[in-house]
Each structure stands twice: as C-alpha cells, then as structure tokens.
Design a protein around this ligand. Structure first.
Ligand code: ATP
Ligand code: MG
Length: 396
C-alpha cells in the first residue's frame, strides 16, 4: 500500500492532436513544483501519479497551484486482488468523517471479478458497518469515496481543487508591469494562468521610493512564482526620468507622460526578451490615467498588445481575486509607488494626443534617458522560495 497524489487536468482534454505537448509540459511543471517533496512523478492513464512523498500536505499545496491542474487527490494505491484489504482501507479513509457519503467505483479493468455497482454496494456496506456515524446519500453526498480499479486499486475521498488554466510555457511570454499595488499582481496571475511565462518590470524612484517598496514588489513576484515558476524581474530606475518630467512637463500631463515612458521602456525590454505582450493592472475609470482616452495615449507607446485582464472589474472584485491568490496581504502593506510621487492635483482625464506629445517633447534627451533606464535595469530571478533564487544581479 502506497500514499500517492493523483493529479487530474481538465482543459487539456479539449486539445486535439497537440494534447501530448500540453501533457508533457504539465508533467514537467508538476515535477518542478513538487521536487522538494518527491522525485517520482509519472504520467499515465491521462493523469499524473506522484509517489514516495515526503510531506503530503505541503506537496498538495505546491501541486494545486500549478497551472493546468484541475484537482489533486491524496490517494492510497494498493493491490486490487485483495478485496478485503480494499474494504478495510476504505473504512480507514472514512474514519474521521461524519454525515453522508457514497462510494463511486470506476472499473477500467473490465475483467475485474466485481462490477462497479457491486463494488459500491460491498464497500459502502463495509464502511457503514464500521462507522455508524455515516449515512449513505447517493444524490447529494457530503463525501465521495472514489474507488478506481485499474492496474491497481486507487482509493481517495479528498479532491483538492487546482487552479486550472494551461501549463506555464504553453502560450509564450509577456512582460508584467508590476507595481506594489493590488491590481497588477492579479493581472499577472490571470494572464499567467493561460500558460504565459511572466517577466516582471518594476519602476522605482530612489530616494523618493524606498527599499521597502522594492522588497514588497519582490515578495509579490515571489507569490506569483509559486504558481508559474521563476519570474525574471527587471527593476528599472526611473528617478532621472521622473525628475525631468516634473521639471519640464505641465503638471496635468505629468502622470500620462510618465505612464507612456514606462510603457516605452517595458516595450524595449519586451523586445530583448522576445515577449509578445505587455500586461498591466488597469481598469476603466479607476483613476485619471485609466480613462479610455488616457489608455489610448499610453497604448501607442507599445509595439505589441497591452493586456489588461482587469479592464472590466470593480475594485472589490479585484480585491477578492487578490485574496484568493494570496497577494492581498502583501499588496496592502503601506508603501509609496513612483506613480504616487509628484502626483498632480488635476490630471487630465480626456487627453489629446497632440498635447501629450507637446508635453513629452519638452523633456530634453528623453529618448537617451529611456535608453539608460533600459541599459541599467537590474535583473533578478525570483523563485517560489528564497532558496531557489538564482539571484544574479545582472544588468540588462
Ligand atoms: P496597482 O494597484 O497595480 O498599483 P493602480 O490602480 O495603483 O494599480 P496605477 O498606479 O495607475 O494604478 O498603475 C496602473 C498600472 O501601471 C499598474 O496596474 C501596473 O501594471 C503599472 N504600474 C504602476 N506603477 C508601476 C511601477 N512602479 N512599476 C511597474 N508598473 C507599474
Ligand atoms: Mg499602483
């Protein structure tokens, strides 16, 4: 008898001829995630089997967060020949439970000496005899005891929902503009869930923004890495550009010019990374720089699509998502973002592109400052655990 994890996937089943590609990638991602707890990870029968696990709960927590995983079931694997032992193990699995249950048998091995209804009846009867606190309800049971008869017998009563989506790396790469706020980590999560590899780009303005703001952003990247693996993170010094904007641009246009230059720098980094898109946490009307007109004047600074998965979400909805994925607490720590330094009192909400271009043209050497920001960006590799950071302080 073995304690194993049975990993199920969902959307990949819909794939046609390239299904093996997605299955292999998912297997690779599950192996990477569970490596500290097991090295015995195998694919067969359209599922992934993880054996020889050191800490089952910790392994479940890792695996349920792998994109592409529909559910993780802590299961017992045993010899199917000894039906009495299977009954005993079934009773054992149900020992700590109360309320209603049913047995759901599936018999992949059609030559097995009992058919599914017989397995249900015999195991159900045995569990009832041993646990008088449980009752059978075949329509709406509180617990389902799954019994699968394949090459071996598999028993499980717990199915932990996975995060779903597609395996990381199946959809290319995008640059996430990551601030320390609530929105951008959620936006990154949503795109990463579709199989996209994330690189993060963070702008900071030392000394206007401090070390803590930077640490906070790296913590957010680390939480995202718990889902999608190492997040290559560019930390871009924005101080010189921000001072220049403050000095030369009319205040009501300064936020927009700043956002345009951030997008421009991110697009240049995307070029180096061969990333296909940018991601931001913007939603319509949230602040002055997120009106449709303002979004239009920042969009034109990128030569690739800018994804804004939160575009139609209310702040409350975004907060719920942030709580679910585990970024809310970190995002709520106090910090100053370079967007909030030098914020004008009356930013334009319906900017005209001609005025924006005029404001931007007033900055001497803007393109040279942009180039320096790109060249001097610091690169960090942020893994789910601090220990896995292949922390190299390269520059771009
Ligand atoms: P968030 O809650 O994610 O900070 P926000 O509602 O505060 O977003 P803004 O500050 O206007 O909105 O920023 C809009 C988007 O621009 C953010 O969601 C993020 O994608 C990007 N952004 C803002 N500040 C930074 C920064 N310092 N570094 C990188 N990206 C940033
Ligand atoms: Mg912000």
């Amino acid at each position: 008898m073995n304690d194993i994890l049975l990993v199920k996937y969902a959307e990949i089943h819909l794939k046609g001829l390239n299904r093996p590609y997605f299955q292999n990638l998912l297997l690779k991602r599950v192996k990477e995630a569970v490596r500290p707890f097991s090295r015995d990870v195998q694919f067969y029968d359209s599922r992934i089997f993880i054996r020889g696990i050191r800490d089952v709960d910790a392994a479940v927590e890792r695996v349920r967060k792998v994109f592409g995983v529909h559910a993780v079931c802590p299961a017992v694997e045993m010899d199917k020949a000894d039906f009495n032992a299977i009954c005993a193990q079934a009773a054992n699995l149900m020992a700590s439970l109360n309320g209603t249950f049913k047995v759901r048998a599936r018999r992949a091995d059609k030559r097995y000496f009992l058919d599914s209804p017989e397995i249900n009846a015999r195991i159900g009867g045995f569990v009832l005899e041993n646990h008088p606190g449980l009752k059978v309800d075949v329509h709406q049971p509180e617990h389902v005891l799954n019994v699968e008869i394949r090459d071996q017998a598999l028993l499980y009563a717990r199915e932990v929902p996975g995060v779903g989506g597609l395996p990381t790396g199946s959809s290319g790469k995008a640059m996430l503009m990551l601030s320390g706020g609530i929105d951008s980590p959620v936006a990154g999560y949503m795109i990463a869930k579709r199989g996209v590899v994330l690189n993060a780009v963070h702008f900071f303005s030392f000394p206007y923004t401090g070390e803590l703001a930077r640490e906070k952003v790296l913590s957010l990247a680390r939480i995202l890495a718990g889902y999608c693996g190492v997040v290559k993170t560019y930390v871009v010094s924005f101080t010189k550009l921000q001072e220049a904007i403050h000095t030369y641009c009319p205040p009501e246009y300064s936020t927009l010019v700043m956002r345009r230059l951030m997008v421009r720098i991110t697009d240049l980094l995307a070029e180096r990374e061969r990333a296909a898109a940018l991601i931001t946490g913007e939603s319509i009307g949230q602040v002055a720089s997120q009106t449709m007109e303002a979004l239009a004047v920042t969009d034109v600074m990128s030569s690739r699509p800018v994804f804004r998965p939160l575009i139609g979400f209310d702040k409350i909805e975004i907060i719920h998502l942030a709580e679910n994925i585990g970024t809310y607490e970190t995002s709520s720590l106090p910090y100053e973002d370079c967007c909030t330094v030098f914020t004008p009192r009356h930013p334009v909400t319906r900017p005209k592109i001609s005025k924006v271009l005029e404001a931007e043209a007033a900055i001497p050497q803007a393109e040279a400052l942009v180039a320096v920001a790109v060249e001097t960006a610091e690169i960090l590799y942020i893994g789910p655990d601090e220990a896995d950071d292949t922390l190299s302080s390269e520059t771009a």
